[in-house]
Design a protein around this ligand. Structure first.
Ligand SMILES: Cc1cc2nc3c(=O)[nH]c(=O)nc-3n(C[C@H](O)[C@H](O)[C@H](O)COP(=O)(O)OP(=O)(O)OC[C@H]3O[C@@H](n4cnc5c(N)ncnc54)[C@H](O)[C@@H]3O)c2cc1C
Length: 481
């Protein structure tokens, strides 16, 4: 029997799992995908927003600001790349300056430091801003993060502290049996005292297992360009257009790996529709080019889409089911969900769990994840030292991103094991470069097949059915082939 079952291993589920792991509890996280953070939490802008934009008084505003403050410590503990480079929201029309001023007032109400800057002041910070820019709002506490390893390292640390993780397992029903819930998956069934529904844009479906719900989750897609590393000084901050009623607007930003990201669009879509289309991407291109000069779209190495879980209530839905305080919905977590995630976890534990369950701190809780190896970030002496200890660090398996075999073996030797080529890519960056896995995919495929003792035919790129190799061209041992 579990004390708590968390449904969903996106950033919300894993952040709650990690914060719960400091208590003496049996916690199980169930995730339908073959990795944590493999849905919305990996396909977003990866901005640690300052909190100038959400409407004052909402949960979004409160939890965004509280969450933002936690990231320096969390990223140190979890060994995740994070840089507070600041954000600038630009106004491109004199007639819209009042909107920027309204944002500045909102920032003040939300207790967020924000400065209105003139065109001249902006150009000193960002020389490549377009001539159209008339004014901007600078928020120094905004930042950029590695969203992939944030999820993975967070879950890893939760597991190091005793949380159990079941991947590849889909929750298909939940019912109440006396005092306990019965959580049924496609593989098994489990009893628990408390269910936390952190199922992203499927949270409406999970919530309706227990009662008729009074909210909807509307999937809304955002499409992006990713550019290769080309010039570190091209851009220094995250640059946004003015927000609209469809979201925060288009942005251009560096990523923590010194790529550039441009997007997102915002259009209602079907759940699980991750397609990108030229028309939408062209509109992103036009919006971005209005605020920034000479964006080298010819350096595009990838386009991708993420899906927002837009709530019909216009705010995060973090509350117990109407009929059962032991069933907790954490639903409609659209942007700024990533930055709010640590504060959402605190809110759930302090306000919704602690009144119904005795929480006793563990003596041996360790908030620091076992350090990961980042070979490229080491000095030459440190690299040589590492190679002396383990020759696998001298073998480069991804030429573009200079990832070593040693690093891949390190991530395989963890609780949250990568099972696919994409899972290795998210953890180590093998495949993130200009050739987009052209060279390293075969290497990674071999490493995975050897590690799991399976045929290379069984290795997936990502989801079920994404096998890389469909059949062998020669049958082993058949001399006539
Ligand atoms: C385009 C875009 C841009 C964004 N930009 C930002 C940003 O810059 N900054 C920011 O703070 N936020 C941003 N966000 C929002 C942020 O990404 C989300 O708020 C956050 O990732 C939501 O996390 P989640 O855990 O709720 O959802 P998810 O990451 O979707 O996780 C839910 C998990 O539940 C699992 N699941 C679903 N059903 C079941 C089931 N039946 N059984 C088991 N598991 C199940 C899913 O597989 C999934 O892994 C953006 C979002 C989008 C789409």
């Amino acid at each position: 029997m579990q004390d708590i079952i968390i449904v969903g291993g996106g950033i919300i589920g894993v952040m709650i799992a990690r914060k719960l792991s400091q208590y003496d509890l049996n916690v199980l996280l169930i995730e339908k995908e073959n990795d944590v953070g493999n849905v919305t939490s990996m396909a977003n802008s990866a901005i640690i927003h300052s909190g100038y934009d959400p409407i004052p008084g909402t949960l979004k505003a409160k939890l965004n600001v509280l969450g933002n403050k936690q990231f320096d410590l969390i990223c140190k503990q979890l060994d995740v790349d994070f840089k507070r480079i600041g954000t600038i929201t630009v106004c491109l029309d004199e007639n819209d300056v009042f909107k920027l001023e309204a944002l500045k007032n909102r920032a003040s109400e939300n207790n967020v430091e924000a400065f209105l800057l003139s065109k001249e002041e902006l150009l000193k910070l960002e020389p490549n801003l377009s001539d159209n820019v008339v004014k901007g709002l600078f928020c120094p506490s905004g930042g950029i993060i590695d969203p992939f390893n944030l999820c993975v390292h967070c879950m890893e640390n939760a597991c190091e502290n005793g949380v159990k993780l079941h991947l590849n397992e889909e929750v298909i029903n939940i019912s109440k049996d006396g005092e306990l819930f019965s959580v049924v998956t496609n593989k098994d069934s489990y009893k628990c005292k408390i269910v936390i529904n952190a199922a992203g844009y499927n949270a409406d479906k999970i919530a309706s297992f227990i009662e008729k719900i009074d909210f909807d989750i509307i999937p809304r897609k955002g499409e992006y360009f990713v550019l290769d590393h080309f010039d570190d000084s091209f851009l220094n901050h995250v640059i946004f257009t003015l927000p609209t009623n469809k979201g925060k607007g288009v942005l251009i930003s560096k990523t923590t790996s010194n790529n550039y990201i441009i997007g997102p669009s915002s259009e209602i879509c079907l759940k699980d529709d991750y397609s990108c289309d030229k028309l939408t991407l062209d509109s992103v291109k036009i919006s971005a080019s209005k605020m920034f000069k000479n964006i080298p779209f010819n350096q595009t190495i990838r386009t991708f889409a993420g899906i927002r879980a837009t709530p019909s209530t216009h705010d995060f839905i973090i509350e117990p089911a109407k009929s059962d305080k032991y069933f907790i919905n954490v639903a409609g977590i659209e942007s700024p969900g990533l930055v709010s995630s640590p504060a959402i976890a605190d809110y759930v534990i302090d306000n919704l769990i602690s009144p119904i369950l005795v929480l006793k701190k563990k003596k041996n809780y360790n908030p620091n994840v076992r350090k990961y190896v980042h070979f490229l970030k080491l000095s030459l002496d440190e690299q040589n030292e590492l190679i002396k200890k383990d020759k696998d660090f001298s073998k480069i398996i991804c030429n573009c991103e200079k990832v070593t075999l040693g690093e891949v073996k390190d991530v395989l030797n963890r609780y949250v094991k990568p099972q696919t080529i994409k899972a290795i890519k998210k953890r180590t960056r093998a495949g993130f470069g200009k050739c987009q896995s052209g060279f390293c995919q075969a290497n990674v495929l071999d490493i995975l097949a050897n590690y799991y003792h399976v045929s290379p035919l069984e290795i997936l790129y990502d989801k079920n059915g994404s096998n890389i190799i469909y059949s062998l061209t020669k049958n082993n041992g058949d001399k006539n082939d």
